[in-house]
Write a protein that binds this ligand. Sequence first.
Ligand SMILES: *[C@@H]1O[C@H](CO)[C@@H](O)[C@H](O)[C@H]1NC(C)=O
Ligand SMILES: *[C@@H]1O[C@H](CO)[C@@H](O)[C@H](O)[C@H]1NC(C)=O
Length: 234
Amino acid sequence: MARATPLSPLPLRFLPFVVVVVVVVVVLGTSHGQTSIPRRYDGFTYGGAAAWDDSVVVEAFFDPLCPDSRDSWPPLKRAIERFAPRVSLIVHPFPLPYHNNAFLACRALYIAKKLNASSVYPLLELFFKNQENYYNGPTTNMSRAAITEDISKLAVRAVGNSLLADFLSGFQDSATDQAARVSFKYGCSRGVSGAPFFFVNGFVLPDAGSPLDYDTWEGILEPLLETQSGRAEL
Ligand SMILES: *[C@@H]1O[C@H](CO)[C@@H](O)[C@H](O)[C@H]1NC(C)=O
Ligand SMILES: *[C@@H]1O[C@H](CO)[C@@H](O)[C@H](O)[C@H]1NC(C)=O
């Protein structure tokens, strides 16, 4: 009787099967533990500008339900609008774990992006304007279903009033869940631990977690633009 040794070579006809098994194991293995690389760079570009093309890139990590993120938005927006297109902005949603509804709000931004790409920033502003309604205190007695319904009703004011049913079903779409998770994990990978957090050309700004006023933004951005163009043309 011939004994099979563990090292005996597999017949070649099993090779495709072995390759498939190895690929499946590798793919499953990496999709646990680690975040797989998303198809696009995380976040939302402001004004549709091509962020990297010869411009200073500002990245803001915002929690839509965080008061400091809200307060930091008007001066940042003013600065971006003043210096565009030589300065561009990417906002990354970053749901803080101690804001109970923040993940839903971040997810809502991705639902908005899917339904109407130009409604993402208007929705972010609606969240900033109405964020008290979604703080932990006022929502303690609300079910998650009631909160998502409330958020959806708010969101369609930006996305389009006819899209309420689509918006609600966006909360059942695992892709929007995944996108919000990627944003959170991406923030973690860059050392973000609060909101707002700002990076300029990839470098973190000091005073993380606090709003910056317009003059501070001007003071940061103007010298970078001078260096780029060789002269100040403001
Ligand atoms: C939540 O329900 C409890 C018990 O009915 C009530 O005492 C409390 O005031 C409610 N809180 C809010 C924010 O509505
Ligand atoms: C998409 O969103 C923008 C910004 O809120 C809005 O002006 C526009 O009407 C929306 N489009 C539709 C089809 O509702």
